[in-house]
Design a protein around this ligand. Structure first.
Ligand code: PEP
Ligand code: MN
Length: 339
């Protein structure tokens, strides 16, 4: 249920409504709007009609059921777009176009520093790099683990770029959170509900990738797991879904951008690297995604893709990334975004 407060309702009235929601066994989530506040009451669907009585409380305009199965992620609860703060001075959502870039895996100090400097010079504002890698084969490189996290922290110190890195296992959440500015949940973990709940209790932005076989509704339910625990800083990321096509690694679902835009207030990122699997296809998918209205991109860049420990074929060289970025500026302008 959503409790819509009147315009100008007082703080005390809001506090009373929250208190009553708790007394009824629900969890209140206040969403501060531009003109009025709304309170989402989340909990057992079956007894929710008791919340209707809140309509008679001072300061309350009306109480309406949320029709979608996801609540806090829905535009019914929050119609205006959410700008997620990554670090002070850098937000994603709204007018900003944020480009995150870096190697698939952190491999060495030299590799991550060189890449960080190059992507920063080209205009990226977040550095990506995996220290824990979810690989299809147990015999493939699994990541440098904490040593990789330390190298990412070093690159952040050298460049000032905040870092996004993946957490694969709930056991590592605390450790990864010590280093990361944004915690990434990979496609394979989109329905690892234990992991999502833990991340919901963190005070850090979460980049939640869509699974390769996840419907939009299932995807938003996964976002809801994080939001319901109290963490409102969720960034969505479409990274290609599995189809019958084999010419590309996955199929980039560009229509997910306008579909998600209709259903959720959360920011939407596109990963053209994992979507296509081929560096040559990445720039055009970047342009198309920006034209379709995404809030940002996450792109794999490697100084020597031919020797990369993972995902070399889909990684742009720094010069290719820089060329893509300069052309991207024109698309951003047309889409009404600041790059
Ligand atoms: C990655 O970002 O390197 C990664 C493994 O992505 P995904 O989870 O989308 O496959
Ligand atoms: Mn990768």
């Amino acid at each position: 249920m959503i409790i819509v407060m009147r315009k100008g309702a007082s703080k005390d009235e809001l506090a009373e409504v929250k208190k009553r929601i708790k007394e009824l066994g629900y969890k209140p989530h206040v969403i501060h709007g531009e003109t009025r506040n709304v309170v989402g009451a989340v909990g057992d669907e079956r007894g929710k009609t008791v919340l209707q009585a809140l309509e008679s409380m001072p300061g309350v305009e009306n109480v309406v059921p949320i029709l979608k199965p996801y609540k806090l992620a829905s535009k019914e609860v929050k119609p205006e777009p959410t700008a997620v703060e990554i670090v002070p001075g850098l937000t994603i959502g709204g007018d900003n176009l944020v480009v995150m870039a870096g190697p698939c895996s952190v491999e060495s100090e030299e590799q991550i520093l060189e890449t960080a400097q190059a992507v920063k010079a080209a205009g990226a504002t977040v550095l990506r790099g995996g220290a824990y890698k979810p690989r299809t084969s147990p015999y493939s490189f699994q990541g440098m683990e904490e040593d990789g996290l330390k190298l990412l922290a070093l690159a952040r110190e050298a460049t000032g770029l905040p870092i996004v890195t993946e957490v694969v296992n709930p056991r590592d959440v605390e450790l990864v959170a010590k280093y990361a500015d944004i915690m990434q949940v990979g496609a394979r973990n989109v329905q690892n509900f234990a992991l999502l709940k833990m991340l919901g209790r963190l005070d850090k932005p979460i980049l939640l990738k869509r699974g390769m076989a996840t419907t939009i509704q299932e995807y938003l339910m996964s976002a809801e797991y994080i939001l319901a625990e109290g963490n409102r800083r969720v960034i969505l990321c479409e990274r290609g879904i599995r189809t019958f096509e084999t010419a590309t690694r996955n199929t980039l679902d560009i229509s997910a951008i306008p579909v998600l835009r209709e259903q959720t207030h959360l920011p939407i990122l596109i990963d053209p690297s994992h979507a296509t699997g081929h560096a040559a296809l990445v720039p055009s998918m970047c342009y198309a995604s920006v034209a379709a209205g995404c809030d940002g991109l996450i792109v794999e860049v490697h100084p020597h893709p031919e020797t990369a420990a993972s995902d070399g074929p889909q990684s742009l060289r720094p010069a290719e990334f820089a060329a893509m970025m300069s052309k991207l500026a024109e698309f951003a302008k047309v889409a009404g975004k600041k790059l």
